[in-house]
Design a protein around this ligand. Structure first.
Ligand SMILES: [Zn+2]
Length: 71
């Protein structure tokens, strides 16, 4: 499920890469950088769309490969 895909959220303050998932972000609105505690503004709706599309694209790539192999 795309809600469990690990995401790298780069903090604009310190550049630290925070690894989280959509599921966690949805459960706890507001996201603080684990290094500098800066609150990051995250648009859940937008992020969901981006992740969903990325997962679908990955699936499409996989499907293409499978099809390619068959041929
Ligand atoms: Zn930070």
């Amino acid at each position: 499920m795309f809600e469990d895909v690990e995401l790298d959220i780069t903090c604009p303050g310190c550049g630290h890469k925070n690894v989280t998932t959509l599921r966690k972000l949805k459960a706890r609105p507001g996201f603080a950088c684990s290094k500098c505690d800066e609150m990051l503004e995250i648009d859940i709706e937008e992020l969901t769309g981006v992740v969903k599309k990325a997962v679908e694209d990955a699936r499409a790539q996989q499907a293409k490969r499978l099809k390619f192999r068959k041929n």
